[in-house]
Design a protein around this ligand. Structure first.
Ligand code: PEP
Ligand code: MG
Length: 569
């Protein structure tokens, strides 16, 4: 079975088929129902549920990611509008469980109608906590996985977040669900608890209870019905994986450093606020790319300045002393924002994208700039413009930034006047013009994902031209080298935040070209530190001299491989 990876890992255990939460009869009324008595029993159940949530919050630690999730559930269950609705239903004669689940249904619908994907997923949390109260009111036992007889992989249609919160964590080796997305509450929880988890896995609910199963999240697969004679093959894979994980965990508190002692800056690419705790957890040097598209996508309205400010401020506080590079909105191309009603284009990657939209709609950018600037007093916040192609564009963007600063000054709102501003170098013209762009900015970050596609005129999502999309090809390496060298000459910082930075061969070639600042997805942090610890910067540099004049990707790969130590994999 195939699914969507949520939290990495592997497991080889028996499957534990999850019981589904009871579906209550929503029409159940009682003629003799006394509204006050019904509300008394509901209030008692709510009280019990809240007490339990608070105990769990204490255990999780206030302010922790998990603690915040308990807060969300508590706010929902204590919402006066929710109680009002239940009271109304109770006076219409609905029995307690029906009143609770009907009121919950109204709230769930409200959440589901929100266009923001993260918010619409909160409907599950309402359903979850309401079901728990309904079970309590009827004195029924909620499906329980708080005591599991042995290690197992939980498999089923869905898993209520609260069931997971109270689960016998010691024995949960993995989770595989038919429902759910990356942003479902249960996914967020599983990630923060670091339980290997796969969601959207069709067939997970039909697994035979107790059947030996193998889960490999990185590969996105779940195999069940493994025969005893096959067990050793899988056990070997698990063993290898465990050894690697153990080795990787050893890098958590270490700085990123090459084998010959060169200190490398390892920054994080983050796409949503939930993952902002990870860089510190993995001992990274800050956030090199905070993508802000999540604020604009899948919703009906544009985010307000205050809404954005609250998110950036919290992010800055979480990242602390380390840099937090917030990238202004990079939409268009393959990222549609419905509420902007962008025109359908023949050639979206070549069209109306990122700063091109912002320059036509300066108010859109101004709102974001004001929010970023205001957050800059809460940490080492930096701002970065994507897709800059010309000096004229950058000047216009800086003009809008000055305007935003003037507005804030006149309103008496605080911001860091010296906040660093940079650009993504992801269009070849920006590489060519870097000598002219660099004096206007403090740093650059190479967006290799786009730089590659624009160098070869090969759509990054098109399988038919995939053969052209190769970061080992000398043409793109030449552009990267030129960017690194020009930045050094201009005295500005240079990092690379495309996927290439997290690839083992990519890292080696970048090191060879002189890059010392990598920004990678947080789940690659430890393996990147491990790879760097094996590489010698001096040996790579020797290969770097020849790479610039290589003829094709095979030749560059050969040159880089020759500089790699034997244990590099
Ligand atoms: C890039 O282009 O390399 C990059 C990091 O930006 P995105 O993938 O968001 O376009
Ligand atoms: Mg890009």
């Amino acid at each position: 079975m195939k699914g969507t990876p949520v939290s990495p890992g592997q497991a080889l255990e028996k499957a534990h088929l999850l019981a589904q939460v009871h579906t209550f009869d929503l029409d159940k009324k009682s003629l003799s129902a006394d509204k006050n008595r019904i509300m008394e029993s509901i209030d008692r159940a709510v009280e019990q549920a809240v007490a339990r949530l608070r105990r769990s919050k204490e255990r999780a630690g206030a302010g922790s990611e998990l603690g915040e999730l308990f807060d969300v559930q508590e706010t929902m269950i204590l919402d006066p509008a929710f109680r009002e609705e239940m009271e109304k239903l109770a006076s219409q004669g609905y029995e307690p469980a029906a009143a609770i689940m009907r009121a919950s249904g109204t709230q769930e619908e409200m959440f589901r109608s929100l266009e923001d994907e993260y918010m619409s997923q909160r409907a599950d949390d309402v359903h979850d906590i309401a079901s728990r109260v309904a079970y309590l009111v009827l004195g029924m036992e909620y499906p329980d996985i708080s005591r599991l007889p042995e290690n197992c992989i939980l498999a089923g249609e869905d898993l209520m977040p609260s069931m997971l919160l109270y689960a016998d964590m010691e024995h949960v080796a993995g989770i595989v669900l038919e429902k759910g997305t990356k942003t479902s509450h249960v996914s967020i929880l599983a990630s923060s608890l670091e339980i290997p988890t796969l969601v959207g896995c069709v067939g997970a609910a039909s697994v035979e209870h107790g059947s030996l199963s193998y889960l490999d999240v990185e590969a996105g697969v779940f195999e069940t019905g493994i025969r005893m004679e096959e067990k050793s093959i899988y056990a070997e894979k698990i063993q290898k994986y465990k050894e690697l994980r153990k080795e990787l965990r050893g890098f958590t508190g270490k700085d990123a450093r090459t084998a010959d002692g060169e200190r490398i800056q390892l920054l994080a690419n983050v796409i949503d606020p939930v993952s902002l705790g990870r860089p510190a957890e993995y001992g990274m040097d800050g956030v090199g790319l905070f993508r802000t598209e999540f604020l604009y996508m899948n919703r009906g309205k544009l985010p307000t300045e205050d809404e954005q400010f609250a998110i950036y401020k919290k992010a800055a506080e979480k990242i602390g002393q380390n840099p937090l590079v917030i990238r202004t909105l990079d939409i268009g191309g393959d990222k549609d924002v419905r509420c902007l009603k962008l025109p359908k284009e023949e050639n979206p990657f070549m069209g109306f994208r990122a700063v091109r939209i912002c320059l036509k709609q300066p108010d859109l950018l101004n709102t974001q700039l004001r929010a970023i600037l205001r957050s800059s007093v809460y940490g080492d916040v930096r701002m970065m413009f994507p897709m800059v192609a010309t000096v004229g564009e950058l000047e216009a963007l800086l003009e809008i930034t000055s305007g935003a600063k003037k507005e804030l000054l006149s309103e008496g709102k605080a911001f860091n006047e010296k906040m660093k501003i940079g650009i993504m170098v992801e269009i070849p013209s920006a590489v060519i013009m870097l000598e002219h762009l660099a004096p206007l900015i403090d740093f650059v970050s190479i967006g290799s994902n786009d730089l590659i596609q624009y160098t070869y005129a090969a759509d990054r999502n098109n399988k038919n031209v995939e053969y052209l999309y190769n970061f080992m090809d000398p043409a793109v390496l030449w552009l990267i080298k030129k960017t690194i060298d020009s930045s050094r000459k201009a005295g500005i910082e240079c990092s690379l935040c495309g996927e290439m930075a997290g690839d083992p061969l990519g890292m080696a070639v970048l090191l060879a070209l002189g890059l010392r600042k990598f920004s990678v997805s947080t789940n690659l942090a430890l393996s990147c530190k491990r790879h760097l610890s094996i590489l010698s910067a001096a040996e790579c540099a020797k290969a770097g001299e020849k790479i610039a004049s290589a003829r094709d990707a095979e030749e560059t790969a050969g040159l880089v491989r020759a500089a790699l130590p034997g244990n590099y994999s």
